[in-house]
Design a protein around this ligand. Structure first.
Ligand SMILES: NC(=O)c1ccc[n+]([C@@H]2O[C@H](COP(=O)([O-])OP(=O)(O)OC[C@H]3O[C@@H](n4cnc5c(N)ncnc54)[C@H](O)[C@@H]3O)[C@@H](O)[C@H]2O)c1
Length: 367
């Protein structure tokens, strides 16, 4: 039976991404009816006409889109104004980050729908839909950090790039996975002095052998690590424990000890944040000032470059959407150990141990 797949226009503040780009729509014709809300692709540079040519049908309102569709293919988690549009027959597919969002988790449980957290889809031991967004976010953490360090932003008034050898700015990156590695690469490429901190020694050894004298490495929570955070001009927080709330790796004391006008970018905010007491920001209101330090936590950093991000996202999504379009998708998601961690809610049951632990809820098994 042909399924109905709906692509809503994202409503999160300053979010211009779209989950599927026109180029990738045509492969689903004959397998699915694709509906897209009018102007959903505009922020990424794709018009309604582009989608019509690719075989999608345009609908005028979110009510119509959610009403007609069985699969809701989104970028970001539903926002409060979208809650009433969700229905029990829906399969919701998108970045959900439920471990940091009790309100949404309860809402999705009440709705008795199926929710697939795309950031938890695994393939060959990695998270293929998180990686491209992490690489983009790691780049943007430095790009934004550079801007916040400017005098007019309230920053120290320093350039991250080196002008002379004696004058390198200091960047400390805590959590050196996909986000962290991109931040490190970008910071080193402009000539900043970089310190990398991680819990995993092997990760640090790889970085040391790649960058040699251009990088210092140290294990998390050591005296050396704390000193590197406190003396940095820019700190990027990018730790992850998959599916869970991250640990606090940058404390209030660290922030108080930093020089005024320094910058902290908490990229892990989508999972709840790794900076003590952090509040979520937006692209248009991007930081708060704490003890003279600019602390920024934007949960949709890739939304700043929607065209790049949508192309990457849509390219990665296709394979996993194909599984959903199969007749017995639920059996497929249940039995495939790479896909099952992403099916986090089904028919009123919370299936993710990590989300349950993070939110103090009970976990259930799907029989
Ligand atoms: N804000 C955004 O727009 C955005 C975009 C993409 C990713 N993210 C988030 O960024 C975070 C990092 O993502 P990633 O893809 O780089 O994850 P990753 O799994 O590739 O890397 C996480 C790293 O954190 C390290 N780590 C774990 N606990 C640690 C600790 N206590 N101290 C130091 N290091 C520790 C791990 O060893 C690993 O190297 C995640 O929360 C992810 O959801 C946010």
């Amino acid at each position: 039976m042909i399924k109905k797949l709906g692509i809503p226009k994202e409503v999160k503040k300053d979010e211009g991404r779209v989950s599927l780009i026109p180029e990738h729509i045509s492969q689903f014709t004959g397998i699915a009816d694709i509906f897209i809300e009018t102007s959903a692709g505009i922020g990424s540079g794709f018009s309604d006409e582009d989608y019509i040519k690719a075989g999608a049908k345009i609908v005028d309102t979110p009510e119509e889109l959610y009403g007609i569709s069985e699969i809701i293919c989104k970028v970001k988690e539903p926002q409060s104004q979208e809650y009433d549009l969700l229905k029990p027959n829906h399969v919701l597919f998108g970045y959900l980050h439920l471990a940091s969002n009790l309100q949404l988790t309860k809402k999705l449980l009440d709705k008795k729908l199926s929710a697939i957290a795309t950031e938890m889809i695994m393939d060959n031991g990695v998270y293929p839909l998180l990686i491209p967004m992490s690489k983009i976010a790691g780049n943007l953490a430095i790009q934004k950090g550079m801007q916040f360090l400017e005098y007019s932003s309230g920053g120290k008034g320093i350039l991250l790039s080196s002008i002379s050898d004696s004058n390198n700015a200091k960047v400390t990156v805590v959590g050196c996975g996909e986000v962290g590695k991109s931040s490190i690469h970008k910071a080193i490429s402009v000539g900043a002095k970089v310190t990398a901190i991680d819990i995993n020694e092997e990760v640090l050894n790889i970085l040391k052998s790649k960058y040699g004298e251009l990088i210092e490495v140290c294990k998390t929570q050591t005296e050396e690590a704390i000193a590197a955070i406190r003396s940095a001009d820019l700190v990027v927080g990018a730790v992850l424990i998959p599916g869970k709330k991250p640990p606090i790796v940058i404390s209030n004391e660290d922030i108080s000890a930093m020089a005024k006008g320094s910058v902290v970018v908490d990229v892990a905010i989508d999972q709840g944040g790794c900076v003590e007491g952090v509040n979520a920001n937006t692209h248009s209101d991007p930081f708060e000032i704490r003890d003279g330090v600019l602390v920024s936590a934007i949960a949709n950093l890739p939304g700043a470059v929607p065209k790049t991000s949508s192309i990457e996202l849509s390219t990665g999504l296709q394979k996993y959407l194909n599984f959903l379009l199969e007749e017995d998708w639920l059996k497929g998601y249940k039995e495939n150990k790479n896909l099952s961690p992403s099916l986090q809610i089904h028919n009123g049951l919370l299936l993710s141990q990590e989300v349950a632990e993070s939110l103090s809820l009970s976990v259930s098994q799907l029989v």
